[in-house]
Design a protein around this ligand. Sequence first.
Ligand SMILES: [Ca+2]
Ligand SMILES: [Ca+2]
Length: 252
Amino acid sequence: MLVAEDVVIDDFSLYPKDQFPKSEEKNEIWGIWSRNFFSTDQYKVREEEGGNKYLEAYTDERIKEKKIDEEEEVEMDVKVVRLVKKNKFEAQVTPYLRWKWRVHIFPTGSEENVQYLNDTAASVYVYFLRQVGSPKIIQYIWSRALPVGSVFKNPSDNGDFPTYFKIIRSGPGPQDEKGLQWVQEEVNVYQDFIDIYVKENPDIYYKTLANSEKVLDLPPVMGIGVLTDANNTATEAKADYDDFIRSDQSLH
Ligand SMILES: [Ca+2]
Ligand SMILES: [Ca+2]
């Protein structure tokens, strides 16, 4: 019997609160998936009662992003900020990705499958990448309205970041007398890659062994990320994220 191996990708305990998640002394850092950008007002580490730290994402029209432009720090209006954390692993070895989250505000009227309404209150993505080629992204979405189980191409995809959306939760989350409750998720990134990308293009994800047997050969996962956006609907969105863990054993 295998012993479960859980690797904490991030539980946000190392970062100072009320700041962008960055702790240089621990060499722990989240970045922004666009060149030269290094900071944003949108994502901040918060501390809740009892001392747990988590990541809060909030966006509206006023969100600014800081950029180094010809060695000068400037502020930019950027309405979509994709956060990313490098964490390389083989999906075949640790297929399970877990985290918890809760959604405070869904973008009004958002529908992820319609380009001009393509906003999402909360999403977590993984990106697979070989040394050459573009990343292959699977983005797990908590949708305002779309049904759980839907899988489709990002309608805003311009080819730079080939992304499939998978709706894993829909509508408001559970509440109790203390307010919004955290919701635990677990996805199988290995199975999802096979169901989505290998099915789409089986030829490139197999290699032939010396005995002519063909075996699956997936690119490694290079990291994970989060995205909360409200730019297309020009409304606002707010969500919290915590406890990103990868594991070789399912909780179920
Ligand atoms: Ca935490
Ligand atoms: Ca959007």
